[in-house]
Each structure stands twice: as structure tokens, then as C-alpha cells.
Design a protein around this ligand. Structure first.
Ligand code: PLP
Length: 427
């Protein structure tokens, strides 16, 4: 009896599509999603006791590997003292201090429970601070599922083939302007026309929700300069890239500082913690100091914060990111050689422990180039890898994630799997 099939049948009866987040449903790759029951280090096991080497890492958070003993102990200790109080705690102060210490430009921070809350609140804050309504986002960037951000987005929407959501009022989406990613000319033109009406620009500095497209340094600098010149708030959404691509997030990679940064994923170590923060003069507009309201019953939950703190304390250790980067680079070099040997058009991108795989001769630099790649080859590749016990993201539009727990043997096994997978799809 295939337990995954049995559970999926049951799940589809009581949940829409059988899942609690759309991309988990395997819609774009076909087949039955695996129901995972346990995970350790670089592996997880499904309900049939099949083991997989995991490159989803819970969509980014599991950077130190699954069930890391230090993280688990921190969670157990925190849980033993109570699951939540709805009052300020020492752990929240510790976490805010640590985040501000680790990321230059973060002068004050507020903890929330999801990346969606972080970006939604950051935008409200930017509007409250500037007294302006217009928001700019970029095609293919995903910033969570709040109404004003579900316009030409990436991630699950792209995977399902519709980058905008129904149910978003026209009145809301009309204040969201969408520009092509990495297009400095389009940016300058918009600023010339409407610069003084723009409340905020939000972007993924490395867009991991249309696979992996990095901003060019010129684009990042133009964003910074134009926002400063016109008084618009630059929101760098580091929910995915934060402490994933390097010790100072993508901002450290580019040497560009946001007015407001949003964080999530890694800072919760697998538990629901996210944050938004930045310039103290902007953050002073948040309630209870200022007029921008935002709140959360579970914000700063002590058990979740304990997992995040334990994770951040591990990634701060010397050599952590060098090690992660080396693992990622080794794996991608193996993939590239395997694709070449099989005659499959293929390219890769990476930064720290985040990577992209493309069925194209060179890595895409824009949403249009991502869409022009051979995404049709992905489902067969995905399933060939899954058959070999390697779990990639079930979408051609999501980045992959390496953890510190992946061993040389895991990476060698993954490359061996890829050799077979490329040959299969070349047939
Ligand atoms: N922003 C980015 C860049 C993301 O990648 C995501 C989720 O993948 C979000 C925001 C939303 O975060 P969450 O799923 O925690 O609401």
C-alpha cells in the first residue's frame, strides 16, 4: 500500500488540492506529493519509509540541517518553560539585538510570524512614513500573499501558470506598479514620471521565486540612488536570501543598504519567525510610538524565537558560509558536467547556500528569459531525481537550498542521480 497515495486521497477530501500551500501539490510536475514524517540532517523520510536527500530545506529555513541537536535542545528548553505568554520576553530582546548586530542598516526590528506579514507590514509602514500610496514591485518577484503584492508574482502562482491572483480588488492592485526586473531604463522612466508619488519599491535582491535571477549591481545601485533622491522607501525583501546567501544577507553581497529589510525563513530555523526592520526614523512610525498599526498574537513566540536564535548562532560561526558555498559549487559543477555529457542545454546560478537550475545554455537575467528556458524538461528531470532519492523543489520556478548537513557523500550521490536523470531526459 502506498501511504503517500492513501494520505493524498484523504487530504484532497478535506483540504483544497490536498495541501496547505499550493506548490506542495506537485501540480506542475505531476504525481503524488510525498508525505514526510521525519527528517534528520540532509534527509527526510516519507510515509513509505523512503529516504530522500532534501534540497528544499522547508523552502529555505533549514540551513543547518534537519533536527540539528542544538536547535532541537533550544526548542525543548523553551517549550518546557511555556509555549507563549503574549508579553515581552528576554528572548525577543536578544533576537532583535542579534539581528541588528548582524545586518548593517537594521537599527530597529519588529518580529512577526511569516514573511507575508513582514512584507505586508513593511509596505504599510512605508506608506505611513511617506504619506504616499504607490508601490513598485518587479515581475516574477514574490513577496508573500497579501493583496497588493499578488500582482505578476512568482513562486506558486507562476508554478500554477497564473502570476496574479483572483480575489484581489482592482482598487488595491491599481496602487501596485509592476516593472521588469533588472531594467534600469524602465526604473528611471518611472521615477521621472511618478517619483514623488512613490511610497516604496520592494524587490527580491536575488529573485528565488522565479528560480534564481540575481539583480545586477547597476540595478541595485540605481534603486538605492533613485529611492534616496525621490524619498521613496527601498524595501529589500530578504525573506529568502536573509542569512542564506551570506552573513550579511544579499545586502552584504551588493554593498547596498535597504531603508527597510524583511526577513523570514532562516531567522526562524524552521519555526514561524519573520521580521521587518531598518532605519530607526522610519520604524518610529510603528504603533505604539506612531500611527502605523501592526500586531500579532504569536509575534515573537518564545519557542519559535529559540529555534531562530540557535540557528543564527550556528551560521555565525567562522567558515559557515564558505563551507556552504563550496558544497553548492561542487554539486552544481557536477550537474553541469553531467548535463554536458548527456547533451542537455543546462546552466546554473548560486549564491551561498541557494541555487538555481535552468534548462537553457546560459542563466536567465530576467523573467522573460526564465520563461524562454526549457521549463518543459523540468517535470521529467524532477521525477527522475525523485526516483533516485533526491528531492528537489517540485517547480521549475523555485530556488533550491543546500544545508550545512549535506555531506560530500550526499553531494556525490546527488550528482550520480543527476547523471542518470540527464540521460533519461535526453532520450
Ligand atoms: N518574500 C519572499 C522573498 C519569499 O520567498 C517568501 C516566501 O517564500 C515570502 C516573502 C513570504 O513568506 P511566507 O511564506 O513566510 O509568508
Amino acid at each position: 500500500m502506498n501511504q503517500n497515495d492513501i494520505l493524498f486521497d484523504r487530504a484532497c477530501k478535506t483540504s483544497p488540492g490536498g495541501v496547505n500551500s499550493p506548490v506542495r501539490a506537485f501540480r506542475s510536475v505531476g504525481g503524488t506529493p510525498r508525505f514526510i514524517k521525519r527528517a534528520k540532517d540532509a534527509y527526510f523520510w516519507d510515509e513509505n519509509d523512503q529516504r530522500y536527500i532534501d534540497y528544499i530545506g522547508s523552502w529555505g529555513p533549514i540551513i543547518v540541517g534537519h533536527a540539528h541537536p542544538v536547535v532541537v535542545k533550544a526548542v525543548q528548553d523553551a517549550a518546557a518553560n511555556g509555549l507563549g505568554f503574549g508579553t515581552p520576553t528576554r528572548a525577543e530582546v536578544d533576537m532583535a539585538e542579534l539581528l541588528c548586530d548582524m545586518l548593517p542598516g537594521l537599527e530597529q526590528v519588529r518580529l512577526v510570524s511569516s514573511g507575508t506579514e513582514a512584507t505586508m507590514s513593511a509596505i504599510r509602514l512605508a506608506r505611513g512614513f511617506t504619506g504616499r500610496d504607490l508601490l513598485v514591485k518587479f515581475e516574477g518577484c514574490y513577496h508573500g500573499h497579501s493583496d497588493s503584492l499578488l500582482v505578476k508574482a512568482g513562486s506558486g502562482l507562476l508554478t500554477l501558470g497564473n502570476p496574479s491572483s483572483s480575489g484581489v480588488p482592482v482598487a488595491v492592485s491599481k496602487d501596485t506598479l509592476v516593472l521588469p526586473y533588472n531594467d534600469v531604463d524602465a526604473l528611471e522612466t518611472l521615477f521621472k514620471e511618478k517619483g514623488n508619488e512613490l511610497a516604496a519599491i520592494i524587490l527580491e535582491p536575488i529573485a528565488g521565486n522565479m528560480n534564481f535571477v540575481r539583480a545586477t549591481p547597476e540595478f541595485m545601485q540605481a534603486l538605492r540612488d533613485l529611492c534616496t533622491q525621490y524619498g521613496a522607501v527601498l524595501i529589500i525583501d530578504e525573506v529568502m536570501t536573509g542569512f542564506r546567501v551570506g552573513p550579511q544577507c544579499a545586502q552584504g553581497v551588493y554593498g547596498v543598504t535597504a531603508d527597510i529589510t524583511t526577513l523570514g525563513k532562516v531567522i526562524g530555523g524552521g519555526m514561524p519567525v519573520a521580521a521587518f526592520g531598518g532605519r530607526a526614523d522610519i520604524m518610529a512610525h510603528m504603533a505604539p510610538l506612531g500611527g502605523v498599526y501592526q500586531a500579532g498574537t504569536l509575534s515573537g513566540n518564545p519557542v519559535a524565537v529559540a529555534a531562530g536564535m540557535a540557528t543564527l548562532n550556528i551560521v555565525r560561526q567562522d567558515g559557515f558560509y564558505e563551507n556552504l558555498r563550496a558544497k553548492t559549487a561542487t554539486m552544481l559543477a557536477g550537474f553541469t558536467a553531467a548535463a554536458q555529457a548527456a547533451g542537455v542545454p543546462f546552466s546554473t546560478e548560486m549564491e551561498g547556500g541557494m541555487f538555481g537550475l535552468f534548462f537553457s545554455e546560459s542563466a536567465p537575467k530576467s523573467f522573460a528569459e526564465v520563461m524562454a528556458s526549457r521549463v518543459d524538461l523540468f517535470p521529467a528531470f524532477f521525477h527522475a531525481m525523485l526516483d533516485e532519492g533526491v528531492y528537489l523543489s517540485p517547480s521549475a520556478f523555485e530556488a533550491g537550498f543546500m544545508s550545512a548537513a549535506h555531506t560530500d557523500d550526499d553531494i556525490a550521490a546527488t550528482i550520480e542521480a543527476a547523471k542518470k536523470a540527464f540521460v533519461k531526459i535526453a532520450d
